[in-house]
Design a protein around this ligand. Structure first.
Ligand SMILES: [Zn+2]
Length: 289
């Protein structure tokens, strides 16, 4: 079998490497998709999960069989997803221990069970060590799919037990001024500032994408800070502090979601003027303005 992609998620190189790894029936036990938010790692993880429960004889996921339909609906009993991107505290050690014991129970209906752990960079050392035990001696018919902003965020022992695939989103633009202007405009009381700043997004699709990825990182950093963390991947300390002070955790989560959604739509060739307008409205709503 070979993997079938919808054509929108992840870069071409990562897709080819994954296809190769999963063809010929040699499914790895555990893979790590590393790449920054918006690079398509989570979408690729979903494809791998669907492919693992797909019942078709041909390319997977077929999108039509009972397995694919349940997986698409998010109700497949053999796929468990824990989203540490949405909630950095999603991986307490008892959740990992539960996954470990679940992994030894046979799949319900699919050829294998899939555990999708998104945002594994938020996994504590204790939780990673708990996960390591099952990665060292993986049960039959189980696939672990991890995503992380960087493989370096995981313990070397965990890294050595997973097959790492790098998904490139391209390098971030060096100029942060527009992203920071937009992020701060969301905090303003009126909407004029945001509308004014957003008009600069319309220059080019590439510029828009770069700014969205930067904003995504700003919101992530603010969320981490709100949850008591100190890492600041964007390096924009002042803006991150302002976001953290001015917004609730829920607002930041929603702004992050809205940004990821806009990135996805941008990749799918949405009209950029319309997308910029909708994005601004959604950002303000998410921020509770
Ligand atoms: Zn299928």
């Amino acid at each position: 079998m070979s993997l079938h992609f919808d054509g929108t998620e992840g870069d071409e190189k990562a897709r080819r490497a994954l296809s190769l790894a999963f063809s010929g029936g040699h499914m790895p036990h555990a893979v790590l998709l590393e790449g920054e938010q918006g690079s398509g790692t989570n979408a690729l993880a979903a494809v791998l999960a669907r492919a693992s429960v797909c019942l078709s004889e041909g390319d997977k996921p077929c999108g039509r069989c009972a397995g694919c339909i349940k997986a698409l609906a998010g109700s497949h009993p053999d796929i468990l997803t824990v989203n540490g991107d949405d909630d950095p505290r999603a991986f307490p050690v008892d959740v990992i221990r539960k996954i470990r014991s679940d992994a030894f129970i046979r799949p319900n209906e699919a050829p294998r069970k899939v555990f999708v752990l998104l945002g594994a960079q938020n996994m504590s050392e204790v939780s990673q060590n708990a996960l390591l035990k099952v990665l060292e001696e993986p049960p039959e018919n189980v696939l672990f799919v991890l995503t992380a902003t960087s493989a370096a965020a995981l313990l070397p022992t965990v890294r050595s037990r997973v097959q790492v695939f790098s998904v490139s989103g391209g390098t971030l633009p060096a100029d942060w001024s527009l992203a920071e202007k937009l992020a701060r405009a969301v905090l303003a009381s009126g909407e004029a500032e945001l509308q004014f700043a957003s008009s600069e997004l319309l220059g080019s699709r590439e510029k828009f994408r770069g700014v969205l990825r930067q904003m995504n990182l700003l919101f992530r950093d603010a969320l981490v800070r709100r949850s008591g963390g100190t890492s600041c991947l964007s390096g924009r300390e002042e803006t991150v502090s302002a976001l953290c002070r001015g917004l609730t955790r829920l607002s930041l989560c929603r702004m992050d979601e809205v940004t990821v959604k806009a990135l996805g739509e941008l990749i799918q060739n949405a009209n950029i003027a319309l997308l910029a307008a909708v994005y601004c409205v959604e950002l303000r709503t998410a921020a509770g303005r």
